[in-house]
Design a protein. Sequence first.
Length: 246
Amino acid sequence: MDTVRGTLKTQCLWATSDVSLKGNLRFPYPLDCSQEMMNGLVDSGQATIYPGGKHSPPVQVYCDMMTAGGGWTVFQRRKNGKTNFYRSWNEYKNGFGNISDEFWLGNDNIHKLTTQSPQMLRVDLRTKHEHAFAVYRTFNVDKEQREFRLTISGYSGTAGDSLLYHNGQPFSTKDRDLKKLVTRCAVSYKGGWWYKNCHEANLNGIYGNNNNQQGINWLHWKGQNFSIPFTEMKLRPLYFDPTRNI
């Protein structure tokens, strides 16, 4: 209880002290990192956004202001295996991890971000010596009542299209596997994901596991038995033009 009270007190003090600053911003309650960019944020790093609008709770996010013009709101990162991604439905719903390290922003927040306007998705994949990416012009995650169902299309990039296979699929976790198949995909492949039967991409799999298709896989780049050491998933409004909006 003391922790909760302390958090609320901190939020109230922050809100009170920041009122005068918000009056000078183009977007006093930015919905995402693209609006933070238009507010003048030029360096990648943490920011506060309001994905549900100004009356919604603030959310701490990581903004990528360097890749392909910037303005990206990062919602997933894997880089060292310090964070366990074999989590429950509620943990994936609410988010977990450390936004300066490894994290999942939360399906509720991702849903809010993808409903404010048409969004595009960028996936960055890296090994020690190689880098590949995938961009999708359509990216949407439905509400919880629709099982955070994925809509994805419009691929371009260098990684190959490993997400189209998952289009239209509900999200699955170890305690809530919504696909009634012979294989319980979330349990078998140790992640939370939009599994089908079962995956061509498994970016929330076991870090560093190169066996049994349980690692961080992207079929059309490194196959299903190579665990990719660095991944980021990030979104940005489809019609945002960083060269015109700053």
